[in-house]
Design a protein around this ligand. Structure first.
Ligand code: ADP
Ligand code: MG
Length: 604
């Protein structure tokens, strides 16, 4: 029902927009404005994906609009090519340029990335302006209109339909993409590489993909622009335009397709109005709108940092007296289960850590640690804060490279592997400092864990051809939530969960990867007594089902009852190893604990 009621305003909007140019009383000026809003929307939709979702800021999108426009302009004028062909050639050229630029700039982090995009944005602008064959700063003139089944789309009212059909199709495709396996991977880029890579997501690849998609949308906009204007010059493809597109994305709300549309509409209309009003107020034409825009931008970032669309959404929900919450979706419990890895027979050597060492400068965080884990065991890695437990986890999972020593998992050396390859082998983990995507539902966070278990690409997702696999994947995620007792919170945003629940949610996500070995870094931290009991129950059930677990824990009582074996670390070295009862009475361990064990209820 929620989906239906959500669809209603969309249908009204589309019908209204379709009727508008057909009614002759609609002023020509409106049509022109709407056409420009549509063109900007395409670019801003790309930015929505790139900046709003993936967190990669680009000031250079206008340059890609230029590439699309110049490719079609050049080919139509010099080779009398059909625009229906040149649009695809434009995609190819833009795709190649974006791929190359992306491969270079996306490696930059922090502020260097936006700066990099400014650099190539300016370069492409000057390239357009200095090429003889592109008409230098005069550009290209006399472009043909696009023909559609013999009809020349010359008038604004005619090309309007093409523009807006493409806008709505792009919105649909992007929405479908975001709500899918690759879409979740793209959304996970925000959470940083550590999280995404540990579930098998190739973050560098997804960044490039997002970058190219955004560039293609800009190129499409450029193609339309060239045939709407019928002439092009470098000015609208410069860095000013690039900044304006980014402003539209931020103003509307950079994380949703509707925000993109709203931002494009607001800024286009506002600019038009300001260009009209300001000279009248101030008596001369001095591009004052740039200043006013600057002020508005700052105000907006202060008042509605997420943009206007989420702001309006919240206001509307308040009016309707609704609680804003995650969308509930139907889970097909009968979907065929995803295939599972074969578990090793209990007692076989699964993980063998040999002389593992990690130095951070002068500090030896892990010093020649040896221990092993057999299939079907729960092994506890304990020791005071700073003992090197999390570092050991990071070495096993490929987050850190060992200075020396070996990690052998099921007979295979893990040392040279990246974390996304290690999870592929069946080693999944949780993090001591919870790493979830707070704005994604608990269910989607868990689904992220199953990233490697289905293979759905971008195109398939955008065209909605992935639904059977998606249903299986979501059923699996639900199943894992049920396993850890969080089923009732499946549609809650992960960020709204209590810290203890977030830790358990991470366990469900790790389980969704179908691991053979589960590494849990302080899973019981922040849990109350009853919750700890429940967690211990879950872990026992997992062991009974054949799972092997290595866990870091502070609470001695918790590990005493639960584990088959304990490894005690202090200052990076192994103090002792053995069954819990033996460790409990070991004088060396007692000494280390009494002499330094900290906060959360050690041995006392
Ligand atoms: P534990 O998980 O047992 O509390 P850690 O493995 O997190 O301990 O840390 C072990 C030691 O290594 C600590 O002294 C910590 O400050 C240091 N350390 C951990 N990660 C890094 C890093 N990336 N760079 C430098 N020092 C680090
Ligand atoms: Mg730690």
């Amino acid at each position: 029902m929620r989906r239906l009621s959500g669809l209603y305003p969309v249908v009204v909007l589309v019908v209204l927009m379709a009727l508008l140019p057909l009614v002759s009383v609609t002023p020509e000026f409106w049509i022109t404005l709407l056409n420009y809003i549509g063109l900007s929307s395409l670019v801003v939709l790309g930015l929505m994906l790139l900046t709003g979702i993936a967190g990669l800021t680009s000031f250079g999108q206008a340059a890609f609009v230029g590439v699309g426009a110049y490719v079609t302009g050049y080919l139509c004028l010099n080779y009398a090519a059909s625009p229906w062909l040149t649009v695809f050639i434009g995609f190819a050229v833009t795709g190649v340029i974006a791929f190359c630029l992306g491969a270079i700039t996306l490696r930059l982090s922090g502020h260097y990335l936006p700066l990099g995009t400014i650099a190539w944005g300016i370069s492409l602008f000057y390239l357009f302006g200095n090429m003889d064959w592109l008409g230098r700063y005069d550009g290209l003139n006399g472009l043909p209109p696009i023909h559609f089944f013999g009809v020349a789309l010359e008038a604004g009212r005619q090309i309007y339909f093409l523009i807006w059909t493409l806008v709505f199709l792009s919105m649909l495709a992007l929405n479908q993409l975001l709500d899918s396996r690759p879409g979740r991977a793209i959304r996970a880029l925000r959470g940083g590489p550590l999280l995404a890579e540990s579930f098998g997501i190739n973050t560098a690849r997804y960044k490039i993909i997002v970058f190219v998609i955004a560039a293609l949308l800009a190129s499409l906009s450029g193609w339309l622009y060239a045939h709407l204007q019928r002439s092009i010059n470098p000015t609208p493809f410069g860095i000013n335009a690039g900044i304006e597109y980014l402003f539209m994305a931020v103003a509307g709300g950079a994380a949703s397709v509707w925000g993109a549309l709203l931002g494009a509409a607001l800024v286009t209309v506002a600019k038009d109005q300001l260009q009209d009003i300001l000279p009248r107020l101030l008596g001369s034409n001095g591009n004052f709108e740039v200043i006013v825009f600057g002020i508005l931008f700052v105000l907006l970032l202060q008042r509605a940092p997420e943009g206007l669309f989420p702001y309006l959404q919240r206001a509307a929900a308040l009016l309707r007296n609704e609680k804003t919450r995650g969308r509930t979706i139907a889970i097909d419990e009968k979907a065929a289960p995803l295939s599972n890895r074969a578990l090793p027979s209990p007692g076989t050597l699964l993980l063998d850590v040999k002389k593992l060492t990690k130095r951070f400068g002068g500090l030896v965080a892990v010093n020649a640690i040896d221990f092993s884990v057999r299939a079907g065991e729960i092994v506890g890695l304990i020791g005071p804060n700073g003992a090197g437990k999390s570092t050991t986890f990071n070495l096993i999972t490929g987050v850190l490279k060992a200075t020396s020593g070996d990690v052998i998992f099921a007979g295979q050396a893990l040392n040279a592997l990246r974390s996304r390859d290690i999870v592929r082998l069946g080693v999944a983990r949780t993090f001591q400092h919870v790493k979830l995507l707070p704005q994604m539902s608990a269910l989607e966070n868990v689904a992220l864990g199953a990233h490697l278990r289905v293979d759905v690409g971008i195109l398939r997702a955008a065209l909605r051809l992935d639904r059977a696999l998606e249903a299986r994947l979501l059923a699996e995620a639900m199943q894992q939530l049920r396993r850890v007792g969080l089923e009732h919170l499946a549609f809650e945003e992960a960020g709204n969960l209590a810290l203890g629940q977030q830790r358990i949610l991470e366990i469900a996500r790790a389980l969704a990867a179908d691991p053979v070995l589960l590494l849990l870094d302080e899973p019981a931290a922040g849990l109350r007594y009853k919750e700890k009991q429940a967690l211990a129950q879950v872990l026992r059930a997992l062991r009974a089902a054949g799972m092997t677990i290595l866990l870091v824990e502070h609470d001695m009582d918790f590990v005493m009852d639960l584990t088959d074996n304990l490894v005690v670390m202090d200052f990076g070295v192994k103090l002792a190893e053995g069954v819990p009862a033996k460790i409990r009475d070991d004088p060396v361990v007692l000494e280390a604990y009494l002499g330094g064990f900290d906060d959360e209820g050690g041995l006392t």
